[in-house]
Design a protein around this ligand. Sequence first.
Ligand code: ZN
Length: 179
Amino acid sequence: MSDDIIKRLRDAIAGCRYDSTPLWISPSIGIALLDEIERLRAEVGALRDEKHDLRDVLIRGGFVPCDIPACNCGSWHARFGYPERMREIADALADAGHELSNENGNKPLNALRELVAEVDALRADAERYRWLRGDLCPDNSVRWAQWEVRCWRAPFWTVDLRREELDGAIAASMAKDQK
Ligand SMILES: [Zn+2]
């Protein structure tokens, strides 16, 4: 439709022999041109709104227009090095044994939850060991009255092992196991 109007306008212009020849166009071409201008105006308005919305999306996503003279790309940059910070988090999670993968949906938050769950489990183990070690036990604790941790050192069993002694005895036995 619009191509047809433009062709008719071109033909009318081509019909003018000289620059000074008045351009005559029929009212139907004139009306069609005005309609076309209105249509294009509406389209530009819609595109302008869309551009505005997309700009908002970028800004909310942490992006800013390029203002680096040396770069001058005319595009957008992630503010505060957002992708780099995310990559650092992903690397740190991988180092901690929770690499982003399909299992955790490649989401740092899921990997972080796994890590927290692991830490909670380890903390529970550590608290039990510290109780046995005697660190957290008050003087009247059942640890002293009802528990003994002894180790066979030929030809005798040791006394109840506590704190550094217990650490040392466990480390020595673990070392023997690993030989
Ligand atoms: Zn740039």
